[in-house]
Design a protein around this ligand. Structure first.
Ligand SMILES: *Cc1c(COP(=O)(O)O)cnc(C)c1O
Length: 406
C-alpha cells in the first residue's frame, strides 16, 4: 500500500499496521465480493494471490465443513495422514522429494533460510552467506525482512540479520562476481517472479544458468514460489517453465485457497539437513489446513485451472494491451508484463490512488512498487471477467496518466 492510500484505522483496538481502504467485505461468490453495504466488486486481487478457487467454492466449502466436524487440530506429536497426502501431491507435481508444513509465507522462507544455514554448518562453514536479490520480498519476520530488498520494510527494525549478499536479477556475471572467492556462500534465494517488487520475471536462461552454478559450487537453489507458484502462471510452479528444479521451494498464499497453509518442498540435496528437534511449527500441517491444500489441488485438476490460468491470463494481457495501446505507444505505460494470472502494468508515475478509484468503479486491484498495478485474481477467472477487468481498469489508468499531478 503506498502513501497515497488513506489510512483509516477500523477500530481503536486493531493495531494500525495497514493503510486500509474504507471498505469492509461481507461475502463472496466466485470472482465477486460484496461489501457490508451490498456493493458488488469484481475481484482481481484474489486476497493477494491467495483465493485460488475464488470465493465460496462448493468443493472447498464442503471439504472444510466435513473436516471441521472430524478434526481441526491435533499436534505434530502424532502422525497426521492428511499431511502425508498433501506432501505426496506436492512431491508428485514438483518432482521434488519431501515437504515441511507451516502456516504462512514468511514461515516457509524462514525455514528455507534455516535449511541454508545448517547446510553450511554441516559442511564446516561457520558463517554461511546467502545470495538474495534487489527488489526481493520474502516476508516481515526479522530474518525474512533482512532478505527483503525494500528499505521501507526494513526501516526501524535494525540490526538486520547478517549473512546476505545482494545482487541484481537476471545477471549471472554479477552473481559470479559477488560470490567470487567467497567460500561462505551456501545458497541462492529468489522469487521466480518477484511479486511485491513489481512483477519482475527471472529469465529462463538465468534460471538455468543459476541452477548450473549452484550444482558446480554445491550451493542450494532456493526459489520462493509463495506468490508465483500453485498454478498461477499456468504450470504448477513458475520455475518449471525453465525446465529446472530447485533444491528448496517455499510455498504459501494460494496453497490453501484462503486457509493459512505454508510449505517448504525440498529435493534430495536438502531432504536430510534437518533432524528431529531442528525445526517445527505448532499449527503447521494441521488437519484443517491440510484438507484445504488437498482440496485445492484436486479441484484445480478437476477444473483444469492451470490451463485456465494460462489461457485467461493471455486473454487478460491482450485485453489490457489493447485498452492501453496508445499509452503503451507513448511510453506512459512502460510495460505490461507477467505470466498467466500474475500481471503487472508498469506506469511512468506513482499510481497508489488507483486502488480506491478502482474500488469506486467496482474493481479490486493492488499497486506494488509504487508504479505497478498488480493483478493476481483467482485461477477460476473467466474470459468475460477478464474483459470486464480491462474495461474498468484501462480508462482509470489513462485518466490518471493524463492528470498533471506527479
Ligand atoms: C506474500 C509473500 C511472502 C510472505 O508471505 P506471508 O504469508 O505474508 O508471510 C513471502 N514471499 C513472497 C514471494 C510473497 O509474495
Amino acid at each position: 500500500m503506498t502513501a497515497a492510500a488513506p489510512a483509516t484505522p477500523s477500530s481503536p483496538h486493531v493495531m494500525n499496521t495497514y493503510g486500509r481502504l474504507p471498505i469492509a467485505m461481507s461475502h463472496g461468490q466466485g470472482c465477486r465480493v460484496w461489501d457490508v453495504n451490498g456493493r458488488e466488486y469484481l475481484d482481481a486481487l484474489g486476497g493477494i494471490a491467495v483465493n485460488t478457487l475464488g470465493h465460496n467454492h462448493p468443493k472447498l466449502v464442503a471439504a472444510l465443513q466435513d473436516q471441521v466436524t472430524k478434526l481441526i487440530h491435533t499436534s505434530n506429536y502424532y502422525h497426521v495422514p492428511l499431511q502425508e497426502e498433501l506432501a505426496s501431491l506436492l512431491v508428485e507435481r514438483s518432482g521434488m522429494t519431501n515437504v515441511f508444513f507451516c502456516s504462512t509465507g514468511l514461515e516457509a522462507n524462514e525455514c528455507a533460510l534455516k535449511l541454508a544455514r545448517k547446510f553450511g554448518h554441516d559442511k564446516g562453514i561457520e558463517r554461511p552467506e546467502i545470495v538474495v536479490y534487489e527488489k526481493a520480498f520474502h516476508g516481515r519476520s526479522i530474518a525474512t525482512l533482512s532478505a527483503t530488498a525494500n528499505p521501507k520494510v526494513q526501516a526501524g527494525f535494525g540490526p538486520l540479520v547478517e549473512g546476505f549478499i545482494r545482487v541484481p536479477i537476471n545477471n549471472v556475471e554479477q552473481l559470479k562476481a559477488a560470490s567470487a572467492n567467497n567460500p561462505n556462500v551456501v545458497a541462492v534465494f529468489f522469487e521466480a517472479i518477484q511479486g511485491e517488487g513489481g512483477i519482475n520475471e527471472m529469465h529462463m536462461d538465468y534460471l538455468r544458468d543459476v541452477r548450473a552454478l549452484c550444482d558446480e559450487r554445491d550451493w542450494l537453489l532456493m526459489i520462493d514460489e509463495v506468490q508465483c507458484g500453485m498454478g498461477r502462471t499456468g504450470k504448477w510452479f513458475a520455475h518449471q517453465w525453465a525446465g529446472i528444479k530447485p533444491d528448496v521451494m517455499p510455498l504459501a498464499k494460494g496453497l490453501g485457497s484462503g486457509v493459512p497453509v505454508g510449505a517448504v518442498v525440498v529435493g534430495p540435496k536438502a531432504a536430510n539437513i534437518f533432524a528431529p528437534g531442528n525445526h517445527g511449527s505448532t499449527f503447521g500441517g494441521n488437519p484443517l489446513a491440510m484438507r484445504a491444500g488437498v482440496t485445492t489441488i484436486h479441484t484445480m485438476e478437476e477444473e483444469n485451472l492451470l490451463a485456465n490460468a494460462a489461457a485467461v491470463g493471455e486473454h487478460l494481457q491482450a485485453a489490457l494491451k489493447k485498452g492501453l495501446a496508445s499509452e503503451l505507444a507513448s511510453g506512459a505505460v512502460k510495460e505490461i508484463r507477467g505470466h498467466g494470472l500474475m500481471l503487472g502494468i508498469d506506469l511512468i508515475k506513482p499510481c497508489g490512488v488507483l486502488t480506491q478509484r478502482a474500488a469506486d468503479a467496482g474493481l479490486l486491484i493492488s499497486v506494488t512498487a509504487d508504479t505497478v498495478v498488480r493483478l493476481v485474481p483467482s485461477l477460476i477467472l473467466t474470459p468475460a471477467e477478464a474483459d470486464q477487468i480491462a474495461a474498468i481498469l484501462c480508462p482509470l489508468i489513462s485518466a490518471l496518466l493524463k492528470e498533471k499531478t506527479p
